[in-house]
Design a protein around this ligand. Structure first.
Ligand code: ADP
Ligand code: MG
Length: 306
């Protein structure tokens, strides 16, 4: 099968084009009409087999996952997903792999309302690069630098789920809730836009809560934060772990692809999110345990994760 029939069979779909798509895959390049009155938000993530996802991740999950990591960045900016480009590097043409990959990719694309408008197909070690574009009104953009002392620190979803899922995946426990979340991250399709124009700062948790919080605090002028460890949401799988092990995953596990944001203290939190602490003036990040005691967030137990 040559490159052209491969694209035709697995990456071109009949049906109405997405919003603003004047010309999708098939010409030299895509032709797109930016939504009037909005700004474009662009992101690119490359996923290399064996490095960004396991070599043995099934193709359906691979398609889902490689798009999910990009959508997560658009949501973290408060954007509405519009279009994406797919650069696919394949070691060989495996039709079963392609059919499943494209099924996983488009299943998520359809739920998110994002349209594949073009790409590139090459031969080499398996890797998937996706460039995604969204749109947001100028006064609705979510950025990392908007945190202020006194704001609530909040998360959507359950930090630690992705990290526990990776552990389960590596141990061969692939049917657990967390392993399924790791393989095909479950996104919140609406929270980002519900935060838009209202949250202080926002970031997606891809490298672990503390590290991503660090980016927010630094971008916001070197602020500090207190995290209430007892307020971190859990699933039954996380709840069953030893407390320090759980905390390590919650604070330093990656692959969550959920939002961490700051929020005005006097406003009710958006549905589906949890308050986990607050932003303070300049200073270190501290952990407050349920007994009221505080400790610096640089505990030796999880430092090796950073
Ligand atoms: P060119 O040599 O002009 O770059 P390509 O053969 O790379 O042309 O691509 C031909 C058309 O197919 C383009 O419109 C391109 O966007 C689209 N395309 C190529 N690979 C993919 C892919 N993996 N997914 C979607 N569209 C693709
Ligand atoms: Mg090309």
């Amino acid at each position: 099968m040559d490159e052209f029939s491969l694209i035709e069979r697995y990456f071109r779909r009949p049906g109405p084009d997405g919003e603003g798509v004047l010309l999708g895959p098939g010409d030299d390049a895509a032709l797109l009409a930016p939504p009037a009155g909005e700004q474009l938000v662009m992101t690119l993530d490359t996923s290399i087999a064996g490095r960004h996802f396991p070599d043995d991740l099934p193709p359906f999950e691979t398609g889902h996952r490689c798009l999910a990591v990009n959508l997560s960045d658009l949501y973290a900016m408060g954007a509405r997903p519009l279009w994406f480009l797919l650069s696919l590097t394949l070691p060989e043409v495996d039709e079963h792999w392609l059919a499943e990959f494209s099924r996983g990719l488009f299943a998520l694309a359809d739920r998110a309302g994002i349209e594949l408008v073009g790409g590139d197909t090459t031969r080499g070690p398996l890797s998937v690069a996706i460039q995604a574009t969204g749109a947001v009104r100028a006064d609705q953009v979510l950025r990392r630098d908007g945190a202020l002392p006194g704001q609530i620190l909040a998360v959507g979803g359950v930090p630690g789920l992705g990290g526990l899922g990776l552990r389960h995946w590596q141990a061969g426990q692939r049917d657990s809730d967390s392993a399924r979340h790791f393989a095909a991250p479950d996104l919140d399709f609406t929270l980002g836009q519900r935060l838009a124009g209202r949250a202080g700062a926002c970031i997606d948790i891809s490298d672990g809560l503390l590290q991503d919080l660090g980016h927010v605090l630094q971008a916001s002028g070197g602020l500090g934060a207190v995290i209430d460890t007892g307020a971190l949401p859990v699933t039954p799988e996380l709840a069953a772990l030893d407390a320090e092990d759980r905390l390590t995953l919650q604070l330093a596990g990656g692959d969550d692809y959920r939002l961490l944001f700051t929020w005005p203290a006097d406003e009710p939190l958006p549905e589906g999110s949890h308050a986990i602490g607050r932003i303070t003036g300049p200073g270190p990040v501290r952990l407050r345990d349920p007994d009221g005691s505080e400790r610096p967030a640089a505990a030796p137990g999880w430092r090796h994760f950073q």
